[in-house]
Design a protein around this ligand. Structure first.
Ligand SMILES: [Cu+2]
Length: 539
């Protein structure tokens, strides 16, 4: 970790805590006859404190980094930010206390209460906390808010100090800045994306996850979430989600190497495989395995893929996630042009949905080491990106919700990459506009025996509801415009936002806990201003 970031924290913390303590000394009459006037007194004490605070902040950042890395935390959560802010606040307050004996014994400056030194140090540390807690929380919030944009602006494989901070703030993420560079390159349409290796750490673990009705279900995951529970679905095989803006997904470019390190913390062997990409890799019990795929010599075709334990029972217990590969030329298209076909459409924003079914009875059988008969699957919970029903529509600030609930302005053609990692059939239905099904399991759908988008006579597969079987993938394009057939018709003088549901037509998936309705696979999408008359895709 370079010093830029610790200095960025230490300067305001030393100034603020120094000001606060000098104010207290002076109000309480704890001054020394040799103390200068107020401003100089503050400047002197803050300057004396600065090097100690700097060392403390540096250590705190490293500690927070280590703690969060050990937890394998990857999601940007309130908890990870709080851990970092708390570590910095405590360290800075302790540093203000350490500064007291330096000031008194080394420099002979005796401001501060006439208490035994250890008591005075303790008192000053506790007093300093009043200031260091809010200041460090504010600084962490500022750095995190600026982090992704700043990180994306710094291209190349070198991990920057800000990226290093994101590691601490967003939680032990070992992804090089090259991943963000690729995101940026694609966002700006540049063909020169840095094909730097993206490193993804995964941890096979197990534990209880909280379902939408508050009840626990025992699951396994490839990641650990902020609460210590298995992360289901597992982390994206790409740049950390914290560096991904809303309306974007974590992805790698075709041919951009992905180095996956998987640690199996359980006492049984597991496997890792990526459907249509990678044969099962054995991850022996208690061991760690590293491998690389999507190399320039063996690039993965652009598309949406499922990764999982090759055993379907283990996948349904939670060992799964998704991989998104974008064209190497940096264009925003779901796939590259193929001979004999119309060129694929471009899109403005994209979302990834992992549909899943959870059976807590299976969870208990897994926990107690009993065999699980695949024919007994009877899910009670249904999730999109790990959340259900009102969880996914309750708060726009909830990152999980924002990954499923797009907001957008007119004309933002939106690609949904949908994968079904569960064991049931699902049937997403978009209200508002129909979607165009661009791919089914990576292949173009056909209509009346003709492939969609065939050159010389385009057949579009336009659907309001479409099916997706277990282990299927779909890429669908939602036109982002006021509906053609709405009533009353679009009126520019009386334009409101349009908010529509998207739910699954396999009705059992609209429940939780065996009957609570509505819940399960339900999200909303909102078309916000400026609106206009309905217009065709790309219009
Ligand atoms: Cu419907």
């Amino acid at each position: 970790m370079r010093l830029k970031l610790p200095i960025g924290f230490a300067v305001p913390l030393a100034c603020a805590a120094g000001l606060w303590l000098v104010l207290i000394y002076r109000v309480a009459g704890e001054t020394d006859p040799n103390d200068p006037r107020f401003a100089l007194h503050w400047l002197r004490d803050a300057t004396l404190a600065f090097p100690v605070v700097l060392v403390a902040v540096w250590l705190a950042l490293r500690m927070a980094d280590g703690m969060l890395a050990r937890r394998g935390e990857r999601s940007p959560s309130r908890l990870s930010g709080s851990v970092t802010a708390a570590a910095i606040a405590l360290a800075a307050a302790a540093a203000m206390a350490v500064e007291v004996p330096i000031r008194q014994n080394v420099l002979g400056l005796h401001s501060g209460a006439a208490l035994p030194l250890p008591l005075l140090m303790l008192r000053d540390a506790l007093l300093a906390l009043v200031v260091t807690v809010p200041v460090s929380a504010l600084l962490v919030a500022i750095v995190r808010a600026r982090g992704p944009a700043k990180q994306a602006a710094e291209t190349g494989a070198r991990t920057t100090s800000r990226a290093a901070f994101l590691k601490a703030g967003a939680g032990g993420i070992v992804t090089v800045a090259g991943g963000a560079a690729a995101l940026r390159a694609v966002s700006s349409g540049s063909a020169n994306a840095a094909l730097t290796t993206v490193k993804v750490p995964l941890t096979i673990n197990e534990g209880y996850c909280k379902m939408t009705d508050g009840s626990p279900a025992f699951m396994r995951g490839f990641g650990i979430d902020a609460t210590g529970a298995p992360m289901v679905p597992g982390p994206a095989l790409g740049p950390p989600i914290s560096s991904v803006p809303i309306g974007e997904v974590s992805f790698v470019l075709s041919g951009q190497p992905v180095e996956v390190t998987i640690k199996n913390t359980l006492n049984v062997d597991h496997t890792f495989f990526i459907q249509d990409v990678l044969d099962p890799v054995l991850i022996p019990a208690g061991q760690q395995v590293t491998f690389t795929f999507n190399t320039p010599a063996s690039p993965v075709d652009p598309g949406t893929y499922i990764y999982s334990d090759a055993d379907p029972v283990q996948r349904i217990l939670g060992l799964h996630g998704a991989l998104v590969v974008m064209p190497a030329d940096g264009t925003r298209r779901p796939y590259v042009t193929r001979p004999g076909l119309q060129g694929p459409p471009t899109f403005d924003q994209q979302y990834l949905w992992v549909l899943h079914d959870i059976d807590p009875v299976w969870g208990e059988q897994a926990r107690t080491g009993q065999p699980i008969d695949p024919a007994t699957l009877l899910p009670r919970y249904f999730t999109i990106n790990g959340v259900s029903g009102e969880q996914s529509v309750a708060s726009r600030r909830n990152l999980a919700a924002r990954t499923v609930n797009p907001d957008g302005t007119q004309g933002k053609g939106t690609l949904y990459r949908i994968v079904n990692t569960g064991g049931c059939l699902h049937s997403p239905h978009f209200h508002g506009n129909h979607v165009y099904v661009l791919t089914q399991n990576g292949r173009l759908p056909s209509c009346a025996g003709r492939p969609a988008l065939a050159a010389g006579g385009v057949v579009a597969v336009e659907k309001d509801v479409f099916s997706i079987l277990s282990m299927d993938t779909r890429e669908v394009l939602l036109p982002w415009h006021t509906p053609y057939d709405q009533y009353p018709p679009y009126d520019p003088a009386n334009s409101v936002n349009y908010r529509y549901p998207m739910h699954c037509h396999a009705e059992s998936s609209q429940t939780a806990g065996g009957g609570q309705y509505p819940s399960g696979m339900y999200v909303e999408w909102e078309l916000s201003g400026p609106l206009g008359a309905p217009k065709p895709l790309g219009g």
